[in-house]
Design a protein around this ligand. Structure first.
Ligand code: ASP
Length: 325
């Protein structure tokens, strides 16, 4: 009996060995791909200064990862941008809480969520990726890590954001996401070595519940990079993006051969087909493929993107699915 069992196991072992011989090994999705390319940067909304900073890095041969990190830091430090970093609108209790993530060409990623008092959440996300065994830190843990890394604790609630919050308190009427209360920056880039990276950073939905985290720091929802295919990012109602694993779905459509624009469109169509209750809300998507072709799509009018390449920086208006306003 024991002998029979031994022979059976040997046969099994032989079989699996035989089935491996002649099989092409699968290429890991994270394998760095060797190619050269024309550098290009694409970001959500009108974010020209952020793209220009990223371009300084890309145009001098820098890495896409450094370009997207440095680029979105410009928006994070801008007190007039009320949806990202310093000057971001707070939650309903008056706390500015930040979410961010970053991903590189090797599929390495880092993120922070519900981070307070730190001007550059994207820097913290990068350090989580580079220096810890984890991919995401949240709340007090993310803050403690940032302080240990030498970052300063700051008050991020500007007088302008505080005044808007106090005004909002009078009605306390929460509109999930409208054209006035969101402007997250998602940025993707292709560098001269043909490598892709992306970053996404936000203060999230204005007047959200305390503790709410959206799609922006979630790898696969607000941002995804697959160096074999492309990179994608989302802006709009996080609760809707997460349901569809938005950025990852765009990449999968591109893997099947769709252009970046069509992949974004198909992702929006899937969301509306599955969850028609999201029809009147805003969602803006963008993507770049590994050759530097770019595209985006909005759910409704108003969505914009910023492109930078060797012919300069310009704001483009992608197509949209529905005509409401
Ligand atoms: N996606 C962000 C969130 O839901 C909002 C935005 O895009 O501005 O937190």
């Amino acid at each position: 009996m024991i002998e029979k069992r031994r022979v059976f196991i040997q046969k099994l072992a032989g079989l699996s060995l035989a089935s491996m011989v002649g099989c092409k090994p699968l290429v890991a999705a994270s394998a760095p791909v060797k190619r050269t390319g024309k550098p290009i940067i694409l970001s959500t909304w009108d974010n020209k200064p952020a793209n220009n900073r990223a371009w300084e890095i890309l145009s001098t041969g820098g890495r896409a990862l450094d370009a997207v990190e440095q680029g979105v830091m410009i928006t994070e430090a801008d007190p007039n941008d009320t949806s990202v970093g310093y000057g971001g609108f707070p939650d309903r209790d008056g706390n500015v809480t930040l979410d961010a993530c970053i991903m590189d060409e090797k599929g390495r990623c880092g993120a922070v969520a519900y981070l307070q008092h730190i001007m550059h959440p994207i820097r913290v996300a990068r350090l989580v990726m580079d220096k810890t065994p984890h991919w995401m830190l949240v709340g007090d843990g993310a803050l403690a890590f940032a302080l240990a890394e030498g970052m300063k604790k700051e008050n991020l609630l500007t007088p302008k954001a505080e005044a808007a919050w106090r005004e909002w308190l009078k009605s306390s009427n929460y509109k999930p996401i409208s054209s006035e209360n969101h402007d997250t920056i998602g940025m993707v880039a292709l560098d001269q070595n043909g490598q892709l990276s992306g970053a996404c950073t936000t203060s999230g939905a204005a007047w959200k519940m305390k503790g709410r985290v959206g799609d922006s720091p979630i790898i696969g929802a607000g941002l995804y990079v697959d160096n074999e295919v492309g990179a994608a990012s989302a802006t709009g109602l996080g609760e809707m993006v997460v349901r569809a694993c938005g950025a990852h779905t765009i990449i999968e459509f591109m893997r099947q051969g769709l252009s970046p624009e069509m992949a974004c469109k198909k992702t929006l169509e899937r969301i509306i087909r599955l969850w028609p209750e999201h029809k009147g809300q805003q969602l803006g998507l963008l993507a770049i493929d590994n050759q530097g072709n770019i595209g985006g799509y909005g759910l409704r009018p108003g969505y914009k993107m910023t492109v930078t390449d060797d012919s300069g920086t310009r704001v483009v208006v992608p197509k949209h699915l529905f005509e409401w306003d």
